[in-house]
Ligand binder design. Structure first.
Ligand code: ATP
Ligand code: ZN
Length: 284
């Protein structure tokens, strides 16, 4: 028996989705010429689909699980379960208006025409804010709608903001922040659930490893206690004596997001020869 996972066939989530499976030690080809591929070394079948179709296929059980943007999950309103965020495909769904519009607050959207591919989410947002506007659903190139006179504002996905900039638009409201998530449909048979648990275990290990760095440094013995306090590690750091009397080598892990503060504290404690490397997998 194989677990079936739906992945975007091509587009912004494709490479990172396949990359995640690879980091989990699962070999799959990229599906350029096929809709369905079987992993070489794990009981997994990958279905390559358009991202918009993934919630439906997962609901129907055509695929057991899928990788899709949270924005699509929320827009499609299907009875599927979000298992965990995956840390890529980060973007926000925002309202933008032509630069120089006299926009002050959400109320300014009242009676306006807003072009979007996300009518469900936009409608809920407008209702929550007591604004009634005209929603124009269009399926692609939403950002050109104001320039061609089709709309007064847009509601679209933004990451760097460069598309908005190029189209002379400015972001005025962030409706939601999104990233790729793993979703599941109906309850799985026991054997498939076991495969899913195995996959989740691997994904967690890969995700965790990205949050941490492995650190090695040389420290004067008299400051070891302070240094251990700064980099406590998973259980406790490894300390090895150096050939030079009075010095030790310390090995530990540190959180990526606090990294530079930690390095500064370590240097204040006399740490030298600090090496930092990426961690590939991390099992606690
Ligand atoms: P498909 O052909 O599968 O329908 P698509 O054109 O609808 O593809 P993409 O543009 O590839 O979709 O985006 C897929 C997902 O990537 C989005 O739903 C969103 O979750 C995420 N994403 C991240 N950054 C952005 C961005 N700047 N613009 C659009 N989507 C983004
Ligand atoms: Zn799509």
């Amino acid at each position: 028996m194989k677990l079936k996972i739906a992945v975007q066939k091509s587009g912004r989530l494709h490479d990172d989705s396949i990359g995640l499976l690879k980091e989990c030690g699962i070999e799959v080809s990229n599906g350029v010429n096929s809709l369905k591929v079987t992993a070489g070394n794990f009981p997994l079948e990958v279905l390559y689909l358009r991202d918009d179709d993934i919630p439906q296929y997962v609901e129907d059980g055509v695929a057991d699980i899928g990788i899709v943007g949270e924005n699509v999950v929320l827009e499609k309103q299907k009875p599927i379960t979000t298992l965990l965020p995956l840390g890529f495909g980060k973007c926000r769904l925002s309202v933008a208006v032509p630069k120089g519009s006299a926009y002050k607050s959400i109320a300014c959207l009242s009676g306006r025409r807003i072009a979007t591919s996300y009518p469900v989410i936009l409608n809920a947002f407008l209702q929550d804010n007591g604004v009634s506007a005209e929603i124009h659903e269009i399926s692609g190139s939403v950002e050109i709608a104001p320039n061609i006179g089709l709309a007064d504002a847009i509601c679209d996905l933004v990451s760097s903001g460069s598309t908005l900039f190029l189209n002379n638009l400015e972001e005025t409201e962030v409706i939601l922040r999104s990233e790729a998530v793993l979703v599941q449909g109906p309850v799985l048979a026991a054997e498939k659930q076991r495969i899913l648990d195995q996959l989740l275990f691997r994904i967690e290990a890969v995700k965790r490893s990205k949050k941490y760095k492995y650190i090695l440094l040389n420290a004067p013995d008299e400051n070891l206690e302070n240094i251990i306090r700064i980099i406590p590690g998973m259980k406790s750091p490894t300390i090895l004596p150096l050939a030079t009397e009075g010095w030790s080598s310390v090995h530990s892990v540190v959180q990526e997001d606090d990294f530079w503060n930690i390095i500064e504290s370590l240097r204040r404690e006399g740490a030298q020869g600090i090496l930092v490397t990426a961690i590939e997998k991390m099992i606690v």
